[in-house]
Every structure is written in structure tokens, then in C-alpha cells.
Design a protein around this ligand. Sequence first.
Ligand code: ZN
Length: 322
Amino acid sequence: MESKIFSAFPRSDRKQLSALCLALLEAQKKSWPQLASAQQGLADIQSRLIRGAGYETGVQFNPARKVSAGAAVDAESIKNRPCFLCSGNLPPEQKGILYSKDYLILCNPAPVFAKHFTVAHMQHQPQAVAMSMERLLDLTADLSPEFAVIYNGPACGASAPDHLHFQAIPANSLPLLESFPGHFRIINDAAVKIYCGEGINRAAMVFVGGDKDLLLFQFARLLQAAQKVLSLSDEPMINVLCSSDHGQWRIIIFFRSRHRPDSFYAAGEQRIFISPGAIDMAGLIITPLKLDFDRLDGDMIRDIYREVSLPEETLKYIIEEL
Ligand SMILES: [Zn+2]
């Protein structure tokens, strides 16, 4: 395990976590050829902005994401593959930052952004948000304001649903984060401000506040309300995107009805290779195919968002229950 640790946080010299992550990235680009080539590949990705349906969506053509976007995430396939987030299975060159003794911050070998990290728990245990939310908030505060932190639910975007992990990405990289609160209506102006998304074709809620315990309390209540309305004992299908600035956390929760739209499973040219996780839901749609990059428009994006999101009516029930 020692050989996998580039550095540990917190440190006695009080060096900032974001600076440590950038140092890790620079070191890994020199010592890990696969990462160096993935980073070079980022120079070839194409992006464009689609305006339509009342909001902006970025689209990114990123051929290297084909493996993770197309990954089989059913229980049988997961059981039969070695877990790529367990420290014993990492490539020999890969190292990470040991975060508060229980997570390892790693450079993402299939990046969407030049600064893109995966934060994997040291133990192989399933993706679960209720028990990991406090660490997600701590990590977000420690990486703020440069980075936002993502959680993808085990059935709606996580490519390793069996291994607890987050991702850290640049905080200024997602249209919906940038335009907040433009598309959100405030529904509770208390110590934790609660907002609901409007006109974005996605079932989204936002919690804003500076008191960690209160945020955790409200987040737990939201999960319970969703479980009750959806008659679930498991975690509701959600993506979470958390950022922090000036001591205030902002948690965006996307409620999902399914992982991939029907068009993902269609045959031939009908197939649209989009497998939405938190990044896509927050307004940057990643596709590994040039065909899809060229043909996506506002109507197609609206349909995909609607198809994978919880219906508006159901979100209303959850808000009433909350
Ligand atoms: Zn694992």
C-alpha cells in the first residue's frame, strides 16, 4: 500500500489539497504513460454549446470515454471483473493522495477535464450516499473553491457501483452550476435554503447552507421522503454535485428514473451513445461518437433529460413529503 501513496492529507505543513492534487497530476503525467497519453488526447476533444429549450447545454466529443460510457454495470458483469478502484488492482505506475486515512485521490485515466480526479474509498464497499455524504462535504470544502465533487448513484452513472467513490472536477466547468440560481425557484428560505429546478427538463433540487450538520440532516430527510414516495428501501436513483465557496456548500441533487435512455440500446444509426451521469445532468453531455456530437440538438437533449429524470409530478410529491 505504501508504494501507492504519493502524499497524505491533511499535512503538517498545511499545504492545500487542491495544490497537492495538481502536484499529483504533474507527477503522474511524467511517470504513468497511459495518463500522459490520455491527457494528450484531451487536446483532440471537441466541444460546442447548444442553446435551446430555455437553457444551455455543452456537448463534448470524447472518444476515450467509450469504455466507461459503454461499461456493463449489471450485477453479473460487475461480479466477474476485477475492481479497477481497489488499490491492489491499480496500474503499477498509479499513485494517489491518501485523504483523511480512508480515501485515495487518483488521477482519472479517462478524463473529461484536464483536472479530473477519482476519489476511491480504501475499502471495497458499494456506492452508497447516505453514509458517505459527510465525507463528500468535507472533501468539497477541502478542495474548494477550485473543484466540485460528484457522486453518481450505483444504478445511474457510477461505472464502479460496487466500490464507493466520488469524482473531483473543476468547479467552473458545468453550465448548470455556472447559471445557478437562474433555473431554480426557492422553496424554503431557512438556514438551509432549498431550491427546485424549473424549466430544465430535469428533476433537480439544490440545498445551500454553511452548517454541515443541518445540511446532512436535510439531505437525510430528502432521501427518506424520496424513498417513501417511490416505495423504495434502497437508495433512490440520484446524482449529486457539490461545490463550496465562502463557507457555503451547494448540493445539487438530480433525481433519476433510469440510467440510460432507450436510444442508447437502439440498433444502427438510431443508437445515441450517451450514458448520463452527474456531469451530463449538470449540462455537459459527453459522447464518444462524432456522429452523435454532430447531430445532437436542443430537442434531442430535452428528450434524453426527460427520459432519464424522475417525472416532475413525482418530484412534487417528494417536495410535499419533505
Ligand atoms: Zn474495489
